[in-house]
Structure formats: structure tokens, C-alpha cells
Ligand binder design. Structure first.
Ligand code: AMP
Ligand code: ZN
Length: 502
């Protein structure tokens, strides 16, 4: 029996607000789309939390044996300063202020984003499409919506007709709103005269003469609206209806609501079976956000240079800190919580090092005793907790229990040879698998740096010994081979040696 059948996954579907049993459209295959960053500034720690949530979802589904196609886009055009189609394009504005070509802005921040994802061990998606790479498809779907009477052109821009759509469907189904309320609460907008109704949203925007990012279209030069890119890129790579769509809670409205309307309007089918939203990282109860001035960047976190931090923390301790809460709860940042997380993380990682070296001599015991049953129970609970709406918090609690058993094995309180070999093997495999593959926890790089330093010093000692023994062939080889690796050995006075990285 496959793990995915043995441990069926349930998840909280934002569309229904209920916990539902997950059933993929195609057996053994999961199509998942997550809204990626708008690449006009550095990602902050709040953004990291959301991408980590979906890294865990993809990792666990794969661990269960599903083939996952994970699509996470790069928004490189169309996201205006204000969610209601107002203001300048975020990337175009940055390019104007910095006197750069918009694509220079995009390249710079995309690379920065990838670097941060690597630091936190967040795996790359299967496909990472960009909005500017899909202009043709965005124009096509806009034409399709106009042909269906669900969109209209106005002064070179095209808007989605929410009221028309709402005659046959429910605009507001995801965020629990209705259009009458939305009409009441809508503000007067700059481009109100272009829209038939306040709640209509842009599929295509006319470019003003000085707007840099522009493409020809049937409606004149312009650029796509923000929501349409995700409809195009998700359905292009995953099909008209796909399994999971994710993003931060703040994207539910209007972004995801509009995606549902566009997808349903264009194909007559609901585009997504399960909507997953991760909750916000907060600081003193307030959403971490650049505009509120309470955000900090990963590099400030590592160096401990931000005023909110009392010292620096490694990316793995932070990853662990975030996994200690369920993705659907808010998570408040605090120095104390980070310190505690660092300690907890070290405990688990030490146990990982220990169990990796442990082996069972084999052979089964005549009667499986309580200790072996306990190991099997713990392994089983890891799966049950993760299959219960990806509950990383409860899974970590089980891993702590497991680490205590590992320490007992090491100290001899729980002798390995007395354990049933199958129970031990499953326990070992589960602990390693959940730590490394599911939760993506690995040794902090600083620890690896320590290992590197130690190794170079050992080689230096060996080179000194080779010199004393007049084995110059060996001593030169050590120096030359280290140089090839970018490590320069310098010979000082009294046969002292130092090194530096080139
Ligand atoms: P953005 O680049 O602003 O579009 O955001 C990228 C992703 O980060 C989106 O899915 C947002 O929902 C998410 N996000 C933004 N702020 C936070 C926060 N404070 N906590 C968690 N996720 C966030
Ligand atoms: Zn999106």
C-alpha cells in the first residue's frame, strides 16, 4: 500500500472553510500553483513564511509518493501600487526612480529572492513562469472574456464585468463577500470613469505615453492586469482545473477572488479544487510588511543588525521557529521565541547526527516488546500529524519525543540490539526522512563552516608534518590542491602556516 493511501491527507480548503479529505484529480499526481513575489524589492521574513508553507506542502506530498508539479510565478509586470488597479506599476516605478531598465530591476530582485530561498532550504518550484513571458496568452484570455460578454473595453483598457459574472456565479465565494457590500464599501477611484462599476477590475491597462513596460494589443499599447497573469500561468501548466492553489492570506481578496472569476468565466469550470492560505507573520500583532516599517530582511536577521533583534539567528533556527506553528495561525515574531527555537533545533539536529550513525545488527526479537512498539507508534504519528492539514507543529512535538529515544539509544538506556530490527529501521528512516525531506531541516551552514575550518587546519598540520619529514612532494601537493579549491596557504616564520580564501 502506498504511503499516500495509508495516510490520506486532509486540508483546510479556504473555499469551503472546512477541513476536507484531499483527492487529486489524476491519481498519484498533484498540480499546485502558488503566487510568487513581485520582484521590485527584497523579500522580507513575512514573505519567507508563506513560501516555506508551500515548500512543506510540496515536500510532504512528494514524500507520500505523489508526483507534484509545483508552479510558482514571478510577477514582473502588472502589479500596481494599489490593489484596486490604481497607481504606478511597482516595477516600472522602481525602474524610474533608480534610472534602470525594468528588466534590470526584475533580474536583481529575482536573484535576491532565489538566494533567500536557498538560504532557507526552500526548494525551487518545478516551473517558475513570469508574467512578461505570457503576454500573448493574457491577451488571448482577455479576448475570450470579451467574446463571452464578461469583459469590456474602455478607453484602451479592458475590465472584467463583475456584475455580469455574478448573474450566474458568486463573486466573493472565496472571501465571503457579496457584491452589494463591495459596491457600498468601494472607494472612488482615479479611473472610475473608465469602469462601469467600482468593483470591476482590470484585465488590460492602457499604457500612458511615458509608461515604459508596454506591449501592442488589439486595444492599443498597454500591459496586463495583475490577476490575469496567475489565471494564465496556472491553467497553462496545470490544466483548466487543478488541485491546489496557495498564497498568503492577504491575497484572498481581491487577487484570488478575481482569479476564480476569470477562470470560471473563461472555461465555465471552477479553476481550483483546494485553496490553501497561509497566515501572516506578525510583529507585536501587526502584519510584517514593508509599508508598515516593521519588516526585516533575512540578511538583517542573520547578522542581527535590525533594531528589533537582540542578536543574529541562522536560517535553520528560523525555519524551525516558523514550523513550530501551524500555517493557518498567525505567528508573532519575538527574540525569546527565536532563542527557544534555536535550542530546540539543535536538539533535533544532534539526534539526527546520532541516528544516522546507528545501525541494527538485524534479526527480529521473539516477542515485540513495549519499547519497539513505542518506536513504531512514534513513526506512525509523524505521518498522521503531517497528513492532518500539514501540522508541522505537532510533527515537531513527535520528533522531540523521538530525539529523546535516540539519546537513550546512544546512552545505552535503550539498547538497540534489544529492539525489533524492523521497528528500529522504520523509526530511523522516518526520523531522517521527516527531518531532511519533509521539514527540510539541515545543519546550519555555520556548523558546516566549522567543519571546513577544522578540515583545513588538519591539512595544515599534515603539511607541517610532511615538511618536517622532508616529504616535499606531499607538502607541495597539499598546498597546490588546496589552491585549486580556492584556499591559499601562506608560509610564515617558524614554519607557521596561515590560510585565506582567494
Ligand atoms: P508580495 O511580493 O508582496 O506579493 O508577497 C509575496 C507573498 O508573501 C504573498 O503570498 C503574500 O501573501 C506573502 N506575505 C506578505 N506579507 C506576509 C507576512 N507578513 N506574513 C506571511 N506572508 C506574507
Ligand atoms: Zn497570483
Amino acid at each position: 500500500m502506498k504511503e499516500s493511501e495509508k495516510y490520506p491527507v486532509s486540508l483546510t480548503n479556504s473555499l469551503t472553510g472546512k477541513k476536507e479529505l484531499f483527492k487529486s484529480i489524476n491519481p498519484g499526481f498533484v498540480g499546485m500553483y502558488v503566487c510568487g513575489p513581485t520582484v521590485y524589492n527584497d523579500v522580507h521574513l513575512g514573505n519567507v513564511r508563506t513560501f516555506l508553507t508551500f515548500d512543506i506542502v510540496a515536500r510532504y506530498l512528494r514524500f507520500l509518493g505523489y508526483k507534484v508539479r509545483y508552479v510558482r510565478n514571478i510577477t514582473d509586470v502588472g502589479h500596481l501600487e494599489n490593489d484596486a488597479d490604481e497607481g504606478e506599476d511597482k516595477i516600472a516605478k522602481k525602474a524610474r526612480l533608480e534610472q534602470l531598465e525594468p528588466m534590470e530591476v526584475v533580474k536583481h530582485y529575482t536573484e535576491g529572492f532565489h538566494e533567500v530561498m536557498r538560504q532557507f532550504n526552500i526548494l525551487p518550484p518545478s516551473i517558475e513562469p513570469s508574467a512578461t513571458g505570457h503576454i500573448v496568452e493574457q491577451i488571448q484570455i482577455t479576448q475570450n472574456l470579451i467574446a463571452k460578454g464578461l469583459a469590456y473595453e474602455s478607453n484602451g483598457s479592458v475590465y472584467f464585468n463583475v456584475r455580469k459574472y455574478n448573474q450566474d456565479h458568486h463573486y466573493g465565494i472565496l472571501s465571503g463577500r457579496n457584491i452589494e457590500e463591495l459596491m457600498e464599501s468601494g472607494r472612488e477611484l482615479d479611473n472610475q470613469d473608465e469602469k462601469r462599476e467600482k468593483i470591476d477590475f482590470a484585465l488590460w491597462k492602457k499604457a500612458s505615453p511615458y509608461h515604459i513596460m508596454r506591449w501592442p494589443s488589439p486595444w492599443g499599447d498597454g500591459f496586463p492586469g495583475w490577476h490575469i497573469e496567475c489565471t494564465v500561468m496556472s491553467t497553462k501548466y496545470l490544466g483548466e482545473t487543478f488541485d491546489i492553489h496557495g498564497g498568503g492570506m492577504d491575497l484572498k481578496f481581491p487577487h484570488h477572488e478575481c482569479e476564480i472569476a476569470q477562470g470560471t468565466g473563461a472555461t465555465g469550470k471552477s479553476p481550483v479544487n483546494y485553496w490553501l492560505h497561509s497566515n501572516m507573520l506578525t510583529v507585536n500583532g501587526q502584519k510584517m510588511s514593508k509599508s508598515l516599517g516593521n519588516s526585516f530582511l533575512p540578511r538583517e536577521l542573520f547578522a542581527g543588525t535590525h533594531a528589533l533583534l537582540d542578536r543574529g539567528y541562522g536560517p535553520m533556527a528560523v525555519r524551525f521557529f516558523m514550523l513550530q506553528s501551524h500555517y493557518s495561525s498567525t505567528l508573532d515574531f519575538s527574540n525569546d521565541a527565536l532563542q527557544a527555537a534555536e535550542k530546540g533545533f539543535k536538539k533535533l539536529i544532534n539526534a539526527l547526527g546520532l541516528i544516522k550513525k546507528m545501525e541494527h545488527a538485524g534479526g527480529s526479537v521473539s516477542e515485540i516488546d513495549g519499547a519497539s512498539k513505542d518506536l513504531s507508534r512514534l513513526a506512525h504519528e509523524c505521518f498522521l500529524n503531517m497528513s492532518d492539514d500539514f501540522n508541522t507543529a505537532k510533527t515537531l512535538a513527535v520528533l522531540f519525543e523521538m530525539s529523546a529515544r535516540i539519546n537513550d539509544m546512544k546512552s545505552g538506556n535503550l539498547p538497540i540490539e534489544k529492539l525489533d530490527s524492523e521497528a528500529f529501521t522504520t523509526f530511523r528512516k522516518t526520523y531522517i526522512g521527516f527531518m531532511e525531506n519533509v521539514l527540510g531541516l539541515e545543519e546550519e551552514k555555520e556548523q558546516n563552516d566549522e567543519v571546513l575550518k577544522g578540515t583545513i587546519n588538519l591539512l595544515i598540520e599534515l603539511r607541517k608534518k610532511a615538511r618536517t619529514d622532508k616529504n616535499f612532494v606531499l607538502s607541495d601537493k597539499i598546498r597546490d590542491d588546496l589552491k585549486k579549491l580556492g584556499i591559499q596557504i601562506k608560509d610564515g616564520k617558524d614554519s607557521e602556516m596561515t590560510y585565506s580564501f582567494e
